[in-house]
Ligand binder design. Structure first.
Ligand code: GDP
Ligand code: MG
Length: 216
């Protein structure tokens, strides 16, 4: 059983927030832009980061990735295989990255070598919401294969992120999901103040618009 002492949760979040500010300022000192990609398992976070990195490299932007996973080197290896320099960051038991883990990864990175750091968070639509990492933007990635109720079921992560991405629109028909339902839920939840982007990483549709929204 997991017991949180009164006040302890607040302290953890306060400490995370303090370190996130330090991470932010450290990256700014080195003129680095950074994005936190949160989202469900299998939504396409790794695929999207690889695609964005390819497009950045084609423009001469120097980019690396931090691969956040509970265990293993799968995403790290995919990044490296694609030609994207990566740093592996296993959380061990935790269901999210936190600012301190990212601080440790930043210490491994020669920051003067990069303009952009793309961070893949642990696949989870609940836990990462409360733990900002100190990035410029927080993004949540979902896909049509998860059904049309993700926004209705997971308010916090959509409210705590700057934009949402609905990936795999190439297979909407196959999974019988209407992306308009998801977009309507998102607009209702956010009062139309934020944008949800339709995207197919596989077909390279919508990725340029996402990059523009993230000022990449
Ligand atoms: N059909 C389709 N499949 C995709 C797309 N993007 C990713 N995938 C596939 O979805 C699976 C999970 O992708 P991955 O990037 O590992 O998701 P992650 O767990 O969020 O990092 C892989 O088999 C990808 O090839 C897409 O736009 N369309
Ligand atoms: Mg992944």
């Amino acid at each position: 059983m997991h017991i949180v002492q009164p006040g302890m949760e607040i302290d953890v979040l306060k400490e995370n927030s303090k370190i996130a500010h330090e991470n932010f300022h450290l990256m700014k000192e080195h003129k680095i832009k950074s994005i936190d990609f949160m989202g469900s398992i299998g939504a396409g976070k790794t695929a999207l980061i690889i695609k964005i990195a390819e497009k950045l490299r084609a423009k001469g932007v120097r980019v690396c990735a931090i691969a956040g996973d509970v265990t293993g080197v799968d995403d790290y290896s995919r990044f490296e295989k694609s030609g994207l320099k990566a740093f592996n960051c296993n959380t061990g038991h935790e269901c999210h990255l936190d600012a301190n883990l990212v601080k440790k990864s930043l210490a491994e990175i020669n920051m003067d070598d990069y303009d952009v750091i793309l961070i893949e968070n642990v696949g989870n639509l609940v836990c990462p919401a409360d733990f900002p990492l100190g990035t410029d933007y927080r993004v949540v990635v979902i896909s049509v294969t998860e059904g049309d109720d993700m926004v209705r079921k997971h308010h916090d992560i959509f409210l705590h992120s700057d934009i949402a991405i609905l990936n795999k629109t190439d297979i909407c028909d196959a999974v019988d999901v209407d992306p308009k339902i998801i977009a309507d839920d998102y607009n209702k939840l956010t009062g139309g103040l934020k944008n949800i982007y339709m995207c197919s990483v596989r077909k390279d549709e919508g990725v340029d618009e996402i990059m523009a929204a993230l000022k990449l």
